[in-house]
Design a binder for this molecule. Structure first.
Ligand code: TPP
Length: 348
């Protein structure tokens, strides 16, 4: 373990006043869109959605630390806030929740944001593969693109995560494992399935550095992620960031948290609202006044309206497309499935 480098978030450059304001604007845009998406589902515009209420700081703070000219994001189904922060087209992103297309209609290569992943822990393996490709590309240390993979405390119990971390550490792959520990895997609380209570603590066993950070503090998340990215970019291999937060809403629009936790527990365990916290900081430091907060909300409302109209206008995609992007060269079995599907659904 002697060669494990510590991560020092305080060594990262301070964020400017404009950066701090931008982090707040992004969190407001994400919160407003997230809350709206639940209403869209209730109104029948989209069939389902996985809200991220309470996780805005974890997502915006980490996304804001990325260098999108060379890094690559591997999300789960709950990273709308990261997508918004790194500039993914939000209508194309939301198409997955409209069930127009699996994984979002955006171009993953151009957006540097992998398709939305519903397989728990799936994105973790993909990220390590991509990161190993960076090593093989011959890009010099210091200039490496870094893969960042998002996953939850629940996913951390999957065997895939062990394999991914071990492989990444052995091969010194430039990857940041970003865990949002939001307290729940659907109905199962963290203490029922993360032995020891911390995913970051496992890093020592893989000889990689880690940081556990207050996931409700957007600046702390940003600095921790920036430190982990700098470590990986310099050719030192992977790092873990575990953002401790709380899933304030349901697991998805088809979940009823009342079946496994009480309102009193939600109030007691929910922690600090990330937006309220940043608002207080901006006010306390004299960086923003009421006009700024009003403008941020109005911009978020206008943006949501644009996205809602775009999602409403999305048509369905040709069903044959579900076979088109499985493999570069379709297998015999896949061709047979596609044929059978066409015969049944299109009667050809
Ligand atoms: C391989 C696999 N197993 C089970 C599921 C069903 N499932 C969907 S989300 C989820 C819980 C994941 O919890 P966590 O990783 O903590 O992420 P969170 O949903 O809290 O963001 C489960 C078990 C799945 N989608 N994929």
């Amino acid at each position: 373990m002697s060669d494990v480098l510590a991560l020092d978030p305080s060594a990262q450059p301070d964020l400017s006043a404009e950066d701090l304001k931008q982090l707040y604007r992004l969190m407001v845009a994400v919160r407003h869109l997230d809350e709206s998406a639940i209403r869209w589902q209730r109104q029948g515009l989209i069939p389902g959605y996985a809200p991220e209420l309470g996780q805005e700081a974890a997502q915006v703070g980490s996304g804001y630390a990325l260098d999108m000219a060379r890094d690559f994001v591997f999300p789960t189904y709950r990273e709308m806030g990261v997508a918004r922060t790194v500039g993914v087209d939000m209508v194309e992103y939301m198409s997955t929740h409209k069930a127009s297309w699996h994984g979002g209609l955006y171009d993953p290569q151009a957006a540097r944001f992998a398709p939305i992943q519903a397989v728990v822990a799936g994105s973790v393996l993909h990220a390590v593969g991509w990161a190993h490709g960076q090593t093989l590309s011959g890009t010099p240390a210091g200039e490496l693109g870094v893969a960042i993979t998002y996953f939850g405390d629940g996913a951390s119990s999957q065997g895939d995560v062990h394999e991914a971390m071990n492989f990444a550490a052995v091969m010194k792959a430039p990857v940041v494992f970003f865990i949002q520990n939001n307290g729940f895997a659907i109905s199962v609380p963290t203490e029922r399935q993360v032995a020891g209570g911390s995913v970051a603590a496992r890093a020592a066993g893989y000889a990689m550095p880690s940081l556990q950070v207050d996931g409700n503090d957007v600046v702390a998340v940003h600095q921790a992620t920036a430190a982990a990215l700098a470590h990986a970019r310099s050719g030192n291999g992977p790092a873990i960031v575990e953002a401790m937060t709380y899933r304030r809403g349901p697991h998805s629009t088809s979940d009823d948290p009342g079946r496994y936790r009480t309102l009193a527990e939600e109030r007691a365990d929910g922690g600090e609202d990330p937006l309220a916290r940043m608002r207080s900081r901006l006010l306390a430091e004299g960086l923003a006044g009421e006009d700024f907060f009003t403008e941020a909300l109005e911009a978020a409302q206008a943006e949501e309206e644009r996205i809602r109209n775009g999602v409403g206008a999305l048509g369905s995609r040709p069903g044959t497309e579900m076979f088109d992007f499985v493999y570069q060269e379709p297998t015999h079995a896949l061709k047979a499935q596609a044929r059978a599907w066409r015969e049944e659904s299109e009667h050809v």
